[in-house]
Design a protein around this ligand. Structure first.
Ligand SMILES: O=C(O)C(=O)C[C@]1(C(=O)O)C=C[C@@H](O)C=C1
Length: 386
């Protein structure tokens, strides 16, 4: 919510507090049928407006001309602008993220009128990656569950999926380096980011904690619940598998096994919730990247990811950072990885504020090109809307 709006709301609250306590008026119970009639009238209007919007979205499609596929109609920068306006306008009672979810679904359905987008993710069904796909692209997009993050990159590069959604960072565990490393040898671009609050649950067939001797989960999820496991299941064997949904699939087959996964997985795999949420940090959040084959225009609030290859030499890191400081470009993240191009050569993965079409950032890239072995713009994309 915009700072200005928050300040106005706060001022209003303070003013209310300063007033003498009002004399309690007897609460008038609204008439149920009359209120429902109001809701019916509003639903009627909402439906007519959604239909009208869908018709305009179709016209926008026509205005773009005859394009080859659904992916060519997708405009992430425009979607981000629409959603930011929704947040700016919001004065309650519904929370920003609730309204954003509703509007995303409307845009998802409008876009799917051409043909639904196909989005690759680390499957099987029930993973947090699937939740991230649905959060970002809405339920009208078609999810393609794949066996590994590497396969997500391959299927997008081959054009079998329009976009992919891959985990890149967890608030408590840090960067998922295996995902970053895939960019070293991939031509794909970053087109968006999704932040997902991750709630972990202990799931099993019987639902009884005393039955559990083995706990399956993705290594990252086991790490996110380490203290809880130490306290509640200290003697159980912890087994890392390829995804949380795979863990749920295994737990389905044995009474003495459990899985740590999202609540979704309990429904998908017919398991009972033994305990949850069990993540050690209450703000546990995973950041996902949307990968595709193109870079999109600026949305007005963007981030750019760069990959800078340098030789191991004195002052290398300083020389990477100096142009950013000199040109006033803010940096959100830097990570160094072996570049796989030669011994002691490194790639710096850097996230900075702004779009590659912005002058200061273009200049930074040209400064870096003067001394680095190679500079790759991995993508410029809208900063995640809640
Ligand atoms: O504005 C556009 O370019 C549209 O295609 C319309 C619309 C929308 O429903 O608002 C739908 C899909 C795009 O990804 C962005 C926005």
């Amino acid at each position: 919510m915009a700072e200005r709006k928050k300040a106005a709301k706060k001022a209003k609250k303070v003013a209310t507090r300063a007033k003498p306590a009002p004399v309690a008026a007897p609460e008038v119970k609204p008439d149920l049928l009359a209120v429902r009639a109001q809701i019916d009238g509003i639903d009627h209007q909402i439906q007519a407006l959604i239909a009208e919007r869908a018709e305009f979205a179709r016209q926008v499609g026509k205005a773009k001309g005859k394009l080859a596929a659904a992916v060519d109609y997708y405009r992430p920068e425009r979607e981000a602008q629409v959603l930011r306006r929704v947040v700016d306008r919001n004065e309650g009672p519904l929370a920003d993220d609730v309204l954003v979810r509703l509007f995303r679904e409307i845009m998802s359905a409008c876009l799917a009128q051409q043909e639904p987008l196909k989005i690759g993710y680390l499957g099987p069904e029930g993973t947090f990656s699937q939740q991230a796909v649905q959060k970002h692209f809405g339920h009208s997009a078609k999810g393609l569950p794949l066996a590994s993050v590497e396969e997500v990159f391959d299927e997008v590069a081959a054009g079998h999926a329009d976009f992919g959604v891959v985990p890149v960072e967890n608030s408590g565990q840090g960067t998922i380096q295996s995902t970053l490393d895939l960019f070293l040898s991939s031509p794909l671009k970053i087109c968006g980011e999704v932040e997902l609050r991750v709630h972990q649950y202990l799931l099993s067939r019987t639902g009884h904690i005393e039955d559990i001797e083995r706990v399956y989960s993705h290594g990252l999820s086991l790490a996110q619940c380490k203290s809880w496991l130490r306290q509640h299941l200290p003697k159980s064997e912890k087994i890392a598998v390829s995804s949380n949904a795979e863990a749920a699939r295994r737990a389905r087959n044995a009474d003495d096994a459990a899985a740590i996964a999202g609540e979704n997985a309990a429904h998908v795999y017919g398991l009972r919730i033994v305990a949850g949420p069990i993540e050690d940090r209450p703000d546990n959040t995973t950041r996902f990247l949307v990968i595709g084959r193109n870079v999109f225009p600026p949305s007005g609030n963007d981030r750019t990811s760069l990959m800078v290859f340098v030789r191991d030499q004195p002052g290398a890191l300083f020389r990477v950072l100096e142009p950013l400081a000199r040109r006033g470009v803010s940096m959100n993240r830097i990570e160094s990885r072996p570049a796989h191009t030669g011994l002691w050569q490194y790639a710096f993965f850097i996230d900075v504020g702004g779009h590659i079409d912005d002058a200061p950032l273009r200049d930074v890239v040209s400064d870096l090109e003067d001394f680095a072995e190679n500079v790759t713009v991995l993508g410029s994309y809208p900063v995640a809307v809640p």
